[in-house]
Structures are given as structure tokens and as C-alpha cells.
Design a protein around this ligand. Sequence first.
Ligand code: SF4
Ligand code: SF4
Length: 388
Amino acid sequence: MYQISLVTAEEYSLPVLKQAVARHFSLLPQESLRPGMKVTIKPNLIMKGRPEMAATTHPALVKAVILHLRELGIKDITIADSPGGLYSKPLLMGVYEQTGMKAAANECGAMLNTDLGSKVFRIPQGKVCHEFDIIDPIGNADFVINLCKLKTHCMTAMSCGVKNLFGCVPGLLKPQLHYRFPEGEKFAQMLIDLSLLVRPGLTIVDGVDGMEGDGPTGGVPRHMGITAAATAENLYALDLVMCYILGFTPSQVPMVRCAIERELCPKDWRQVDIQGDRNAVRPLENLKKPATKKLNFASALPKPLSAIMDRYQGKLSPRPVIRVKDCIGCGRCAQICPAHTIEITKGKAVIVPSKCIKCFCCHEMCPAKAIDIKSIGFFRLFSKYSES
Ligand code: SF4
Ligand code: SF4
């Protein structure tokens, strides 16, 4: 039987979250976590952003987990992630500072990873990818705790347990994986292969304040009031239940759809044994979906027409558009773009559309939020993607 735990939490106060974490630990089996282990906490630190933006895991939850681990006699605790962009010490330090990780580590007695090493690990049972470069604090840990944020996501519809593990891949190797697996389905299979390799012993979802709209960084905070958790083998069931809470069907979230196909979780969230506050499991009302997931021309049409439209779906589907007046020309989008299809011209970013694979990494990483996601009118299909 698949099992997860769900505990409501209305605010990011340390006492509330300590209690929530203690309940998760009591509701789930944790035999494998022992004193003396080297434990790595992997939060979502996608960018330098304040906790109130709801793009990153809240430091109060990280603190609560560290304090609980220390109560269990675990002293070797490291916080680690590879945020979007370069995997460099200055970037990591900036991210730790802004996201509140530095204060969490200092106040509660954990280390912040600054080791930039990584190693290749093989996963022979991978479906589309058989090896991954993994950052050392994850590869060398005895036990990984995946502390993900619950968000809608422009490319993958949702970001939760499986998606958060993409940050185990160092820096600019992430865009390379986007380029190798540009289609939603293959990308999702790759993420599942990665999750089977990392196999976090415990995943805890930060859904107190999640993100709705154009996540993972360009959306808006949304109070959800939940935390949820699962052990390694129930990671996919956890994503399945969170998919229901965000108001998606499994077929709309590629990672969940692929996990069901691979028999890693049941087809229906009702087949999951939910311990704790089960009454809080219901879809969030009027949750804003990402712009990329609002349009599906093909499915809205009668069958003969939908087959024709399917062929044009790729061209008509939403894509990134630079708002020239807001672009500060920092070049971060060009640096991250896996298809190398962004140029900085006269201090402004310009996207050349023909090579764009619609991964939305540029939208994710833009510090000025100068990249919108729009459906393109037919006359603009072959021009450059920018508007003043
Ligand atoms: S679009 Fe954003 S990331 Fe790209 S250059 Fe302009 S401000 Fe920087
Ligand atoms: S332009 Fe943006 S969406 Fe297109 S491939 Fe580059 S990073 Fe991805």
C-alpha cells in the first residue's frame, strides 16, 4: 500500500513547523535514519529570492527539520542544492543569504555546502538516461531529505518531489539535459530516472505558502496551508496527491503520468493511504495555472480537426517573449539557454525563435522578470521574440 502523511500548517512559525515535522516523523516509518549518519537536506533554492516570494523552500521548515534531526542524535547535517545558473561559490553564498538558509544553518547547527565537486553515477535501470552527474553533498550523503516547494510550473505543470531533485545536477549541466530531452514526456522520464538514482530517504513538501501561476519563479505566492511527506518508495504517490491538490489530472503532469505508467504509484490518489490531516486533501479553489498550460488547441477541437491542429500545436503553443523595456541586459537568460538561441543586442535580450525548445529556463532565471509567456500570433511566428 502506498502511504504518505499530510499535516496542515497555517504559518511559518518555528513552533508550528517543529510540531508538523515531528508529526510527519511519527506518522511515517523512519527506521533507516540513525545517529552518526551524514544527512543532506536538499531544499528548493532555485534562485536568489526572499522566502516571501515562495519560489524557494521556506527557512522555517528547514530549521524545523534540522532541529528534529539533532534531537534524533544526527549532527552531520548539510544544506545543499545547485540553483539555476552557474554552480559557483559566489552564487551559492548569495542564494544562501537571500533565501534564509545561512541564518537557518547558523541558528540550528547545520553546514552550508560550498564544495563544487560532482561525480557521475550510473543508473542501469534508467528509461531514457543511464547516468547523471550529481553534486557531491548528495552523492556522498548517507541519507537525503528532499525539502521541496509546492508550485505550478510553466514547463512541467507542477514542481514538487520529483522535480526538486533536478537541483542535484550541477549548474549548467541542467540546461544540457533540457536540450537532450526537450519534449515534456522525455524530460519527465529523465527526471524519474534521476529520482530513482538519488532516492531521497524522505521528502517533505513545503505547501504552507506555495506558488501559483507562472512558476517556478514568475508566479505569485498562494497560501495552501499544508505540509506533506513520504519515504523513498512513496515519492511518486506524494506527487500524485499534490497534483490533485493543485487541481491537475495526472495526465496533465508529465512526471505523474510517467510514474503511473512505470507503476511507481497508483493511478488514482484515492488509492494512497494518507495519514494525518486527510480532510485537508482537496483541490485548491481557483488556483492560477501557468500560461503554458492554459491553451490546448488540439484537444478543444473535433477529432479530424484536432489531428491537423496537433501538427501546428508546437508553433502555436505559448513561448517566451522578452519585454524589452524591462530587460536590463544582464545576459543570464543567454547563459542558461540550452538551445543557445538568445542574443544580447544593444543591451537587450533577443530570442531567435527557430531553435527555441520552450524549456522556459530563461523565464525561470530572469532577475528582472522581463520574460513573459505568451501565445504568438501567426504573423509573429517567424520574427524575433521580443516586444517593447
Ligand atoms: S531578459 Fe532578463 S535575464 Fe535576459 S538579459 Fe534581460 S533582464 Fe537579463
Ligand atoms: S529561449 Fe528560453 S525557452 Fe527557448 S530554449 Fe532558450 S531558455 Fe528555453
